[in-house]
Design a protein around this ligand. Sequence first.
Ligand code: HEM
Ligand code: HEM
Length: 197
Amino acid sequence: MPLKNTAETYGTIAKTLHWVSAGLFLISYGSIYYREWLAETDLENWAAIQLHFSVGFTVLVVTLLRIIWRLLNRQPELEFTFSFQRFAIRIGHYLLYVILIIMPISGYLSIADYLASGRGSVSYFLMFEMTSLKDIQLFESIGLTLKQLEGPADTVHSFLGSRIVWLLVVGHISAALYHHFISEDRTLSKMTFHRTD
Ligand code: HEM
Ligand code: HEM
């Protein structure tokens, strides 16, 4: 299996980054709704939200690596004849990248003032405390306070998370399954690890 992408398939690195970020993304969704719907004790509640924060940050890091790798690679050919279909699929993929970036950043900004005030902390997988933006002086130079950002960031995070993102992801997964089981083309097998030769 090639490390880099080819015209026929994604390479091992792009596949690994896709499945790691997809898995982490689904865990961050699962953890927050576990907290909202199922957690009964304070400990479960705390563990679910800390997992949400830690996994969410990791999604951002993995996505940035993924984008760098994507820029260094060719893209496999899409399994479509018409250019408008190829265009639509590319737009869908770009939207997924946008949410992979916006969700962790808006989530972080929605609690940045809380962290900066010292009222609470985020422990990254119980290894170290996450720093607050105030500590790194990002907004003082442009005159925006963390407090001013908290509300809008929370609205964006919550609106996208509860209304938009899952629709895009369900659409994406359904499209992959449709291609595999109904159209029977190579869309999904280009992203999986089984050997085709
Ligand atoms: C891939 C990354 C992430 C995804 C997909 C995601 C998704 C979500 C979703 C779906 C909700 C529930 C929204 C609702 O029903 O109103 C939520 C809530 C929240 N998220 Fe995230 N999130 C991510 C990353 C983060 C990060 C990195 C942080 C902060 C460091 C964060 C902080 C929060 C907070 C504070 C809430 C509100 C929790 C509550 O009050 O129950 N999120 N997130
Ligand atoms: C069971 C879950 C999933 C399946 C079966 C799946 C399947 C696929 C497949 C087959 C492709 C290649 C499409 C093509 O080349 O035409 C792809 C690409 C992609 N997927 Fe997923 N995916 C899943 C989950 C996710 C999740 C949760 C996300 C992010 C929220 C995601 C983000 C992306 C992105 C951004 C691409 C574009 C890759 C690129 O060309 O750079 N996927 N996925």
